[in-house]
Design a protein around this ligand. Structure first.
Ligand code: LLP
Length: 428
């Protein structure tokens, strides 16, 4: 269910007219719906429960922090029982600052530094998803130096085509991620032989914005096959980590329902455990991001100028590629909805920002009825929106607001330009 809907001609988030948020906090501003975040998380958690698994017993949903790392979002999800998938020491510190449980944290990524490893070990995180042999050796060293054993899972690359945008597909042979499938057994042998590592799992992630679960289930089959071969070698796994979540609807995409995907997945896993392992259970980890926050957020912006050119009309707005990078970077499509609908057929507009780049566009060829000063919402902007924002053109990053029923709270102040150069200095 969408919590961003028109009532009459005004666009609302839950029970709050979005125009009231723009009036209180200015634009550009990201707005998230608490009800939507909660529902999207519970779609995973409840599907786990329906298969007899809950909150760390049999399954753990580790929300992918990179998709939206605001402390209020992390805190809400943590209180719902979520674990966290992180890719940096900074993300771990955010999870802790938000009151999240570090023992429910898994650490992904190809380039973990020694410092990040030390930080994560000092907080006793659940598991490191390791992506190469040199990383195994480094982690073994760091853990040994601290008198600890690091729990590890190897991220294997199942070479399955996720059929998504090439920039966000990660499980193919040519991607930088993971350990090639044919090298996996040898790499597990290395891991099992290192004294300061404890092999606990297997991990794969083939890409993001997958609409169909067939590639995910194909990857799962390969992972299961590998888990059996490891078992024969005496390497027992405690968990399988299936990677990120299902894609979302930006335009007219029809993603598989989370409950249906998880139901197929658990049916396969339960069947496998019954047939091969006498019913011995194994924990399942998920790392969804986009499907939890994507449709729970919008970016509000104000129309500054309308330019009617010879071949195109431009609506110049106060949000830009530095606020929402996805269109410039992936030619991503985001819906554009006026906060107040007009009774007018409108014109075709390219919605563009003030940044000095031709790539600074947010939407192209949209039929809109506009006047300067109008407010627009860029839809489905909750995931990889604010987290990918930059300060290009010395633009402070947008404010963030959380809506809860008929209330709204500022959860991040707009950045002040003076803050942006506060860390700089001029040599004498
Ligand atoms: N786990 C790993 C190891 C990942 O690399 C990712 C996303 C996720 C989980 C979360 O996947 P999700 O559930 O969100 O599909 N910036 C791009 C998306 C990059 C995704 C990177 N990895 C975008 O704006 O579309």
């Amino acid at each position: 269910m969408s919590h961003f809907e028109y009532r009459g001609d005004s666009l609302y988030a839950e029970n709050v007219p979005l125009a009231a948020i723009a009036a209180a906090h200015g634009t550009p501003v990201y707005v998230y719906s608490r009800a939507s975040l909660t529902e999207n998380f519970l779609a995973y958690a409840n599907a786990c429960r329906a298969h007899g698994r809950a909150d760390g017993r049999g399954a753990l949903v580790c929300y992918s922090v990179k998709s939206n790392s605001n402390l209020a979002v992390l805190s809400l999800l943590g209180r719902l029982g979520s674990g966290f998938d992180i890719v940096s020491g900074g993300e771990l510190l955010r999870v802790i600052a938000a009151g999240g449980d570090p023992r429910k944290v898994i650490f992904s990524g190809v380039g973990k530094s020694r410092e990040e490893m030390r930080l994560a070990l000092s907080h006793d995180i659940l598991c490191f998803n390791v992506e190469s042999i040199p990383e195994l050796h480094r982690l073994n060293d760091v853990a040994g130096g601290m008198g600890k054993r690091a729990r590890v899972s190897l991220r294997v690359n199942p070479d399955v085509d996720p059929k998504t945008h090439p920039y966000i597909s990660t499980g193919l042979k040519e991607n930088k991620f993971g350990i090639a499938f044919e090298d996996a057994l040898d790499t597990y042998r290395v891991a099992a032989g290192l004294p300061h590592l404890e092999v606990t799992g297997i991990d794969c992630h083939i890409g993001s914005q997958l609409l169909d679960d067939a590639p995910l289930l194909e990857a799962l089959d390969k992972v299961i096959e590998l888990a059996d071969r490891l078992h024969e070698l005496g390497i027992m796994l405690h968990h399988l980590d299936i990677g990120g979540g299902i894609g979302i609807t930006y335009d007219d995409e029809r993603p598989v329902a989370v409950a249906d995907y998880l139901s197929r997945l658990f049916t396969r896993i339960d069947g496998w455990r019954r047939e091969q392992h006498g019913g011995k259970p194994i924990d399942i980890l998920f790392e969804p991001g986009r499907s939890i926050v994507g449709n729970a957020g919008v970016l509000l912006t104000e129309v500054q100028y309308l330019k009617h050119g010879a071949t195109k009309n431009f609506a110049v707005v106060d949000a830009a590629m530095n606020d929402l990078m996805r269109p410039a970077m992936y030619e991503a499509w985001h819906g554009v909805q006026p906060l107040q609908r007009r009774d007018d057929a409108g014109k075709l507009y390219d919605v563009v920002g003030p940044v000095c780049e031709s790539g600074d566009w947010l939407a192209r060829e949209r039929r809109l009825a506009l006047a300067p000063g109008d407010l627009l919402a860029l839809m489905s902007a909750g995931a990889y929106g604010m987290t990918m924002a930059s300060n290009y053109n010395t633009r402070g990053r947008a404010a963030e607001v959380l809506v809860d029923g008929d209330r709204f709270m500022l959860i991040r102040q707009r950045e002040n330009p003076a803050d942006l150069f506060a860390l700089e200095s001029i040599p004498e």
